[in-house]
Design a protein around this ligand. Sequence first.
Ligand SMILES: [Zn+2]
Length: 74
Amino acid sequence: MIDEKLFYKRHTCIICKRKRYEYYMKSVLKSSWACKDKYHFQYCCDNKEIEIAENIRQELKKLKFIKIQHIIGK
Ligand SMILES: [Zn+2]
């Protein structure tokens, strides 16, 4: 049984930028989404960049004083 809310909600994939239903996606990083569609073999969620970004996110958690804004100069 598919949760109706899950099925009708749509997100934009951070990798291919396509808008898809949440049912065909995977939650990645903090509040982003990437395709995980076994029917169309679309696996943006396996993209190497997500892994790199996740590593950066984990590293940032170790910083108490320095924020990402300090690093990228925003
Ligand atoms: Zn995608």
